[in-house]
Design a protein around this ligand. Structure first.
Ligand SMILES: [Zn+2]
Length: 297
């Protein structure tokens, strides 16, 4: 049935959407919304479907637990590219790994770590606050949009039906409006890093926090070369064709140079190996929680 046919039947037709892939499901809902379909007649039946493909993952007594959707599962799904550069350069937050994707909500291991830190080490879900989220992870976006306390704005370089268009090097917001800025796996795409960080600091309140992560090689210092522009070379040196650098072991000093105070959050420093396994996290994962230095206020 086409979208047009659906519209003709609008008042007599209730739509049940049962699609396992979160992105595809959201896309279908967005198409209906964009066409002005009465969304009160659309029901998301995802939680009722368990496909044969996924049945093996589900279990009320599963030993793994997703902290984003709360479901217990037998195991998380594998994910990530198998490009050998990820192993060669020991890149954290990229490359193929087991136990990465929650079969229920689609959250990634690194997204669950971001949420763990937000929940346990910030007040984002408890206090009245304004949060700006770049290239949002869908599952965290849903949590923050649902929060009564959080005034939430999500954006990306490309405008979509539910995202504002926000260029991180030229942010269309006033100074000092954000209590929290969440920006994961974005900086490795941004050519003018200094300008982006200055913009983030400009819109951040004096006591605000920037929650940031990116792929990091634990085998070398940050590497970038503006003459590397072909897709093949970028994949070869940075791991992905749209990356402009590969961060390395000097990541903390690099961002401290821009006048940020940085705390590093890694699962291995906060959780037991059993809990890291249970929640499907990357043991060595790195998340930065950045504040402005007092001297800059
Ligand atoms: Zn989940």
């Amino acid at each position: 049935m086409s979208v047009d046919e659906l519209f003709e039947m609008q008042e007599s037709c209730v739509i049940f959407i049962a699609i396992a892939d979160l992105k595809v499901r959201q896309k279908v809902i967005n198409i209906l919304r964009e066409h002005g379909y009465n969304l009160s007649l659309v029901f998301d039946m995802y939680s009722f479907i368990i496909t044969n493909r996924e049945r093996e993952y589900y279990s009320y007594t599963g030993s793994r637990e997703c902290i984003l959707c709360g479901n217990r599962v037998e195991k998380f799904r594998a994910a990530g590219e198998s490009n050998p550069i990820f192993a060669e350069k020991k890149i954290i937050g990229g490359g193929y790994r087991e136990n990465a994707v929650c079969p229920c909500c689609g959250s990634l291991d690194r997204t669950r770590w971001v949420y763990w830190v937000l929940k346990n080490y910030t007040k984002i879900l408890e206090k009245e606050c304004t949060a700006i989220h770049f290239a949002p992870e869908k599952q965290i976006q849903i949590k923050l949009e649902d929060s009564d306390n959080c005034d939430y704005y999500a954006g990306d370089v490309v405008r979509t039906s539910n995202l504002h268009k926000i260029d991180v090097t030229n942010i269309p917001y006033a100074d000092k409006i954000a209590d929290y800025i969440i920006i994961n796996h974005v900086m490795e795409h941004v050519t003018d890093e200094k300008r982006a960080i200055n913009e983030l600091k400009r819109i951040l309140k004096d006591d605000g926090k920037i929650i940031m992560s990116f792929p990091i090689s634990m085998k070398q210092k940050t590497f970038e070369d503006s003459s590397i522009i072909s897709d093949e070379d970028r994949v070869r040196y940075y791991g992905q064709k749209d990356h402009v650098r590969l961060y390395g072991t000097d990541y903390k000093e690099r961002f401290e140079q821009y006048g940020l105070d940085i705390k590093v959050f890694s699962p291995k420093d906060f959780l037991t190996n059993e809990d890291i396994e249970k929640y499907g996290l990357i043991r060595e994962d790195i998340l930065l929680v950045c504040s402005k230095l007092k001297r800059d206020l």
